[in-house]
Design a protein around this ligand. Structure first.
Ligand SMILES: [Zn+2]
Length: 310
């Protein structure tokens, strides 16, 4: 696509806002995207806190990776940053201010689609300075032998990502997803929703960890057989109307865009975490069983190489 041919930095043309609910906090929040100067990267700004503290979206500011990526700086934090950062990075935006009036980004439909639409509505603007790249020269790899996770960057002329997931699940087998060029991000990756196993959901609900969640913002994977009565009880936990139980599988299959949507969503998350490198990367990324913890360890390894160059 033509818009990706030039190597100038990019921001947006004008301010745009959207509203939604945080998945873990259940709090309503407003996000405003604002143009930012060259070489400033991505900056969150907590407008609900006195003096509006800023939180730079860089890996050094990551303080949490359990279920979502959390950033903290200047005494303020912002949680679940991966979907919004994925949208920004995926659209080729290099500099942006992200104002937010709460502690967590909105989950919206569980993908990065609405963020992408808003940013496109704002318009992408080319800036004067050239982009800076980290070019992978030697393989960079992170392995976690406990989980079987491995993420490796290989030398390549352009950024591409390949993801494999395998949850030993009876209803969702091994899945693969790839993105050969960021120009395909908007159509192939951005609409892919997050997913959750029903067995996990019950635990999360009981622990009060997903106040803003419902069946419209995640694909729900049902692995065991339920009775209709058990199924109704789960609907009650969600404050949802009872619906007919159809057996094991994806509960809300009608909301799926792609058969390998879960693997594509893991790629969406990985790209969002890679935005925390603070620089564009040229390399071929292969990730087996990625998750936020391993993504961040991998990004830290890249950043170590970046620092060696400087
Ligand atoms: Zn996600």
């Amino acid at each position: 696509m033509q818009q990706y041919m030039s190597d100038k930095q990019r921001t947006i043309k004008k301010d745009v806002s959207l509203k939604g609910t945080g998945l873990h906090t259940g709090k309503d929040v407003k996000i405003t995207f604002k143009p930012a100067n060259e070489n400033t990267g991505y900056t969150f700004r907590r407008t609900d806190i006195e003096n509006q503290p800023e939180i730079k979206a860089i890996v050094d500011n990551v303080v949490g990776t359990s279920r979502s990526t959390v950033l903290q700086q200047n005494g303020a934090s912002v949680a679940t940053v991966e979907h919004v950062l994925s949208a920004i990075y995926g659209l080729g935006i290099d500099n942006l201010i992200i104002e937010i009036d709460g502690p967590e980004t909105p989950i919206l439909d569980g993908s990065s689609k609405i963020y992408v639409e808003k940013l496109i509505e704002a318009g992408i603007k080319e800036q004067n300075d050239n982009r800076k790249y980290f070019v992978v020269k030697n393989n960079i790899s992170f392995t976690d032998s406990d989980t079987g996770t491995q993420i490796t960057a290989y030398p390549a002329e352009e950024l591409s990502l390949n993801v494999m997931i395998d949850y030993n699940s009876t209803v969702m087998g091994e899945q693969h997803a790839s993105l050969v060029s960021l120009s395909e991000y908007q159509n192939e990756i951005a609409p892919c929703k997050t997913f959750v196993f029903l067995k996990e959901l019950e635990v999360l609900l009981k622990n009060n960890q997903i106040k803003g969640g419902d069946l419209s913002n995640a694909l729900v994977i049902v692995e065991k057989e339920f009775t209709q009565k058990e199924f109704d009880r789960i609907a009650d936990l969600f404050h949802k109307d009872h619906q007919k139980y159809h057996g094991r599988g994806i509960l809300n299959e009608q909301d799926m865009t792609f058969p390998n949507e879960p693997a594509r969503h893991k790629l969406l998350d990985l790209l969002g975490d890679m935005a925390l490198v603070g620089m564009r990367v040229k390399g071929k990324i292969f990730a087996s069983k990625p998750g936020h913890f391993s993504n961040i360890q991998f990004v830290k390894k890249i950043c170590k190489e970046v620092k060696k160059m400087q």
